[in-house]
Design a protein around this ligand. Structure first.
Ligand SMILES: *Cc1c(COP(=O)(O)O)cnc(C)c1O
Length: 430
């Protein structure tokens, strides 16, 4: 498989080079040059998530150093469950696909665990450490730090916006030991992302530190995320004979783009609806046909506080009508949905999951009834206790994996929003 830039002005590369580079040299994002054509029967003998992932991802890593290790990587990376649960009446209400049973309690564990194992397989040439540089609005950094801890040949530098993430998230970014370094940036998430982009655009820095990306622009992040959408869609399709619709809590479009790609590869996925928080870039685009990025605003669903969704360029590149709807859910509606859902069904949703549940409730009745709908549940509600507990009026118990995170000591640096400061950190932490 070759990967080509969305901007068309960079040479095609193999999967390993696309993984190492992160962004293409022309500033575009790498896209597979051709898509495999699967049919549901191709997965009849892959009951486990890891087996399914290896089958689904094989064409994307063909002729790369990752190819032969793929079955092992997939089995190791996807060694936790992603159950389908019901939040309401079975058969009437949406299916909730819980994507948060990995070690850091968010769906980002799928991509991060795959990515670092793939980096391992690429076998960074001995003696030259590569640096994974990420900006995070919350969960990415935790998953990346956790996936990177103890890995040799790669270090992780994680930038996050000061004061924009929850206390638990901050703890979870700053509790990993070597080779992981967390830095609190004086700015918002878009500023962190811009800082990462300018580091990548600086050839000196890029080379000196072998900079590579683990953001959702990395093919190593979004490709593996196709797996759980494929699994859930295949299972529901087998049960009902109708391709299910998906409602996906969306920030940078990494999770949603994985679903779009899975459908483009022949998986039985029906309409895809995006749920966003009050950041209106995608809903404006959907209603006007014009894409205009904006500054991000802070919301309860803060892992989706994105004004310039980084994977939009991929969506636009794949061709027009991939998305059936975009539903904007503001903070009031998020709180109301968490409350109503809890009182009516006993299910506790995190604020991100609540955007998707609300988006499903806003679908016209005939749409809801035409098929089963799968709502992505992207984080464990205990990670957003500040928002969730006052709304439901009771504490949310931490699962054991997250308790273990809180028992770890933290270390973190403060950084001004300046490339020179980031460069110093890269030197110092080297
Ligand atoms: C990252 C994240 C999202 C948004 O996913 P994208 O791939 O950026 O669209 C939603 N919910 C949670 C909990 C997240 O961590």
């Amino acid at each position: 498989m070759r990967y080509v830039s969305t901007r068309g002005e960079a040479p095609a590369v193999d999967a390993a080079d696309a993984l190492r580079a992160g962004v293409a040299p022309d500033g575009g994002l790498y896209m597979p040059s051709a898509l495999p054509a699967f049919s549901p029967g191709d997965f009849s003998d892959t009951p486990g998530l890891g087996d399914l992932a290896a089958r689904l991802l094989a064409p994307f890593f063909a002729d790369s150093p990752v190819e032969s290790a793929l079955p092992t990587i997939c089995r190791d990376a996807f060694d936790f469950p992603c159950p389908r649960v019901s939040a309401g009446e079975p058969g009437a209400d949406p299916i909730v696909l819980e994507l948060f049973h990995g070690p850091t309690g968010a769906f980002k564990d799928f991509g991060a665990r795959f990515l670092f194992r793939a980096f391992g397989a690429i076998g960074q040439s001995a003696g030259s450490t590569s640096t994974v540089l990420v900006a995070t609005s919350g969960d990415t950094g935790g998953a990346v730090g956790c996936a990177a801890e103890g890995v040799t040949g790669t270090r992780a530098v994680i930038l996050f916006p000061a004061g924009r993430i929850s206390a638990f998230q901050e703890h979870q970014l700053c509790c990993w030991t070597s080779p992981v370094q967390a830095a609190r940036i004086d700015g918002d998430f878009d500023a962190c992302q811009a800082l990462v982009k300018s580091a990548f655009a600086d050839p000196g820095l890029r080379q000196a530190h072998n900079l590579t990306s683990a953001n959702s622009i990395s093919i190593g992040r979004f490709l593996p995320q196709m797996t759980y959408w494929a699994r859930a869609a295949l299972d529901v399709f087998a049960e009902t004979g109708i391709a299910p619709g998906l409602v996906i809590p969306t920030g940078n479009l990494g999770n949603a783009f994985a679903a779009v790609l899975a459908r483009a590869c022949g998986l039985p996925i029906g309409p895809i609806v995006l749920a966003t928080n009050a950041n209106a870039t995608l809903s404006d685009w959907f209603s006007t046909g014009r894409y205009q990025s904006r500054p991000s605003i802070a919301t309860h669903a803060n892992a989706m506080d994105v004004g310039a969704p980084s994977n939009f360029e991929r969506l636009a590149n794949l061709s027009g009508d991939q998305i059936a709807g975009v539903c904007l859910v503001d903070d009031t509606a998020i709180r109301d949905r968490i409350e109503t859902c809890f009182h009516e069904t006993g299910y506790i949703a995190c604020p991100h999951t609540a955007t998707a549940l609300e988006a499903w409730h806003r679908l016209p009745g005939p749409e809801q009834q035409a098929r089963r709908w799968i709502v992505g549940a992207t984080a464990h509600p205990a990670k957003f206790a500040e928002t969730v507990e006052p709304v439901i009026g009771q504490p949310v118990a931490l699962p054991p994996a997250l308790k273990a995170v809180l028992d770890r000591p933290v270390r973190c640096q403060n950084l001004r929003n300046e490339l020179a400061d980031l460069a110093r950190l890269l030197e110092g932490a080297a």
